[in-house]
Design a binder for this molecule. Sequence first.
Ligand code: ADP
Ligand code: MG
Length: 728
Amino acid sequence: MGLQRFQVVRDSFNRQAIKVETPSERPAAYFGSMVFDRSKMVKYLDAQTCAALLDCMDNGAHLDRATADKVAEGMRVWAMENGVTHVTHWFQPLTEGTAEKHDSFLEFDSEGKLIEQFDGKSLVQQEPDASSFPNGGIRATFEARGYTAWDPTSPVFIHDDTLCIPTLFVSFTGEALDYKTPLKRSIKAVTEAALPICRMFDKKVKKVYNYLGWEQEYFLVDQELYCSRPDLMLTGRTLMGHESSKNQQLEDHYFGAIPTRVEAFFRDVEVESYKLGIPLKTHHNEAAPNQFEIAPIFGETNISNDQNQLVINIMRSTARKHGFVVLLHEKPYKGINGSGKHNNWSLGTDTGTMLMAPGKDSNGNLQFITFFVNVLAAVQKHNAVLKAAIATATNSHRLGGNEAPPAIVSAFLGRTMTDVLHKLLEMPSDTPIQISGKKSKSLGLVEIPEIFVDNTDRNRTSPFAFTGNRFEFRAVGSSANCAGALSALNAAVADQLVEFRQAVEKEMQNGKSQNVAIIETLKPIIAEVLDTVCFDGNGYTREWQLEAARRGLDVETRVPYMIQAFTNPDTVEMFERTGVYTKKELEARNEIKWEIYTKKVQIEARVLGRMAVNHIIPAALEYQTKLLNNVKLMKDSFGDNYMNMAGVQMELIEKISALVNQIKTGVDEMIEARKVANVIDNQFEKACEYYKIATRLDVIRRPLDELEEIVDDNIWPLPKYRELLFIN
Ligand code: ADP
Ligand code: MG
């Protein structure tokens, strides 16, 4: 199938719109056409090479150099058949988004003739000139260079006429410099910890999988309007802007009709994604105007996360073709719902059992309860780390805002599961957990409905919710790499599962049957999680903040302080035990996080200051001059009588002076505060100072937004919310 063609047309407002020539085939016909998947391996590799590669992908077997050469050659042939000329190692550094360095296939052969070649060495490892990627001092201190290493478990693909090799990014001393490396370690930890527990219930299980289904929220904005808002362009959010007369109060956007231009964009994103084997399933409007969500069918975590990063890239480039810009900032507009990225997370076995869903019989149910409760225990013990894992400057506008997950990590279970846990506590430890309806024995048995996806009422205020067959980590920000959150979650669950298994084994050594040992080990954990992390109420209330603190949950709301949780001694031990992060990596990552926090706030502060002084104050003064001229003319025309007639003008003139004063004073004070912060060397302390500066932004914003309400619309230099927020 050829690449898709776009045709730019103009709509009735002379705005750029796109007519898309969509492939005539059904998605199934071209799904994965741009992925070097198993069918391509069979076609482009000889049988022996193919078998070796599959063994490497599925079982982690070593791939020798000669075989890697053949794999690379097969990939090159396939790529060139698709018009590809370049290859890149695609990786996920600790900045937002992905990075790549393109090399062409061109090489000189031994006789100096130009040939096209791609060998195993270039496939397996490359050294990007990566000194500019954040490394928290790791490379500076230990080894100047980092390298990218092929991740054979995630498929190679073609994007933008380039052969892309998914890779890990590590320093020469072995520390992870990216998101993917710890994610892969955490997947290994959690699946290996889960395996022996699964085998207590079913000896046939050989492998456990870790699943992710993400839901990506984002805003679209017209490109031209975006380009006239320096704040959107440079910080991803509006630093000022009075709320629109209409925003989301009519609740008419959610599942409402999708504008045609947006529909064309969706369609295009889908076609591109299908070619890359990304099984997008839904797209729909979200609660706020111009806010949308896109979600695939869930898959293995490592691959699904790569796909999320890819879809973001696809959305960004496709949006441009349609005259839009994608906003991934967690809070582009004040007073309007923010954007998150729900991470639907679960574990499953190679025998097809979903471990976070009720089983088919009492054995399966006990297995489900075992995993369910251990996940809760992990979240309880490491609630501060899970929060730290999603804490960023941009997500901080969402956390704790009155319309998004609060800055306290608790777990929502729903009525059914809460009741089941309470009942389990009261029952003798050999009580089977029945499927409700199936067995109508005596009352008092612990029962779980076979499927209760619909019973899990949607408590939108919970950051971590059980939704029938999975947990949804909802506090993750829309711009985040899922790996940040999931590496922490997987590690915490892995550690808990290991501890649990050891406890059960000890009980069994004391002569207890397996089931009794399991339930007796579970009981105290259940009692504890019910009293601490489980919370089904409204997470936004002040009462919950107080109650959560009483329960010992982390209630820190300041991002730089939240981040500290990663280097608490207990946390460091947990991450080292599970092999997900070393202490050195954790310390380096915290440095990076604080640095990024500081820089983001610093950029916002600069942009706001300049917009205030260079855009808004001049506009306000221009309008004030207009008013003054009007008053002067009144006086000239009507003499002393003018005072009776120019009351409103005088009032506005005074008001503008007062607001302009407030703004200028606020900006000046903020600049002074920055000077103080900028000379601090310690990244944590600097970030804490910048946290205080962040609160100043809101104070400066108020008079700016007030001016927007009174200044002549013709003079106002920026597109307003009412324009940014509605696409026609
Ligand atoms: P919602 O109703 O919350 O919008 P959806 O039913 O659209 O949720 O599903 C959201 C995401 O959850 C999808 O990516 C879906 O594939 C994924 N999902 C469903 N079941 C599981 C599971 N067991 N493990 C992981 N992800 C899952
Ligand atoms: Mg969901």
